[in-house]
Design a protein around this ligand. Structure first.
Ligand SMILES: [Fe+2]
Length: 252
């Protein structure tokens, strides 16, 4: 089994990179999972951005802290392969996990949100325990959508040996630590973003500078410019990951 996990797709440039590049490489993978929480103009996921991700080849789209920024997500989350973080309180719309199945192999995928600098969520560690216990699966990929590298590593070690991979998202900056934890779980603290890097995490540079220079909130504006497609490839041997490799493509 080969899985491609595409890092946070940010706004127009990110969607363009996915639409331009993913169809060319799609057949190398059994499954493609994409974080789409910044796809609609940098904040949230709407039907149009979702369709672009799916038509390019996504099997599953994950969300994050911007999950609820677009009203259209409420339709998607009940009908389509779209998941939000699993550690929202009970009763939250949608689903926090998904099982991708092929040839009898059940790949459980779920996302938990970190709590450090992120907000009020249920415990991501115990949420992971509960899902692993309750949902039948052969292998699991866990996405930790979090700000703090410490929290991502703590979750990685907490789940080491129990899941195939723990991949971080949200900071939009790729890390060079893709590898294996001592008990064999593949880990990378951040996959990085698919969008334009001539920006501040995908946002317009001047708008972000104004936030820092004036200490006043500014409306989010996404950056324009050539995009990078960043992802992480997972190659499975049975239920474990045998190889983890960052993947990068640049828009010409
Ligand atoms: Fe995020």
């Amino acid at each position: 089994m080969r899985v491609l996990f595409v890092g946070d797709v940010v706004a127009g440039p990110g969607l363009r990179a996915v639409a331009l590049h993913l169809p060319d490489i799609r057949r190398r993978y059994d499954w493609v999972i994409i974080n789409g929480e910044n796809a609609a103009g940098g904040k949230g996921l709407d039907r149009k951005s979702y369709r672009i991700l799916r038509e390019a080849g996504a099997d599953l789209v994950t969300l994050g802290n911007h999950a609820w920024d677009r009203k259209g997500v409420y339709d998607l989350i009940d009908r389509e392969p779209v998941i939000r973080a699993a550690n929202y309180p009970p009763g939250t719309p949608g689903q926090g996990w998904w099982v991708l199945e092929r040839g009898g192999f059940r790949l459980l995928v779920f996302q938990v949100m970190g709590r450090v600098f992120m907000g009020l969520f249920d415990d991501p560690f115990r949420t992971a325990d509960r899902i692993l216990e309750e949902v039948p699966h052969d292998a699991a990929i866990v996405e930790i959508h979090a700000e703090a590298t410490s929290e991502k590593y703590a979750l990685g070690h907490y789940l080491d040996g129990r899941v195939a991979a723990v991949l971080g998202t949200h900071t939009h900056v790729p890390t060079l630590d893709a590898g294996f934890l001592p008990r064999g779980t593949a880990f990378q603290s951040d996959v990085g973003m698919t969008g334009t890097y001539n920006s501040v995490i995908g946002g317009d540079i001047n708008t972000f500078l104004d936030r820092f220079l004036t200490s006043r909130p500014q409306p989010f504006r996404s950056a324009e410019g050539a995009a990078s497609f960043l992802a992480t490839e997972l190659v499975f041997s049975g239920t474990r990951v045998q190889a983890i490799s960052p993947y990068r493509w640049e828009e010409p």
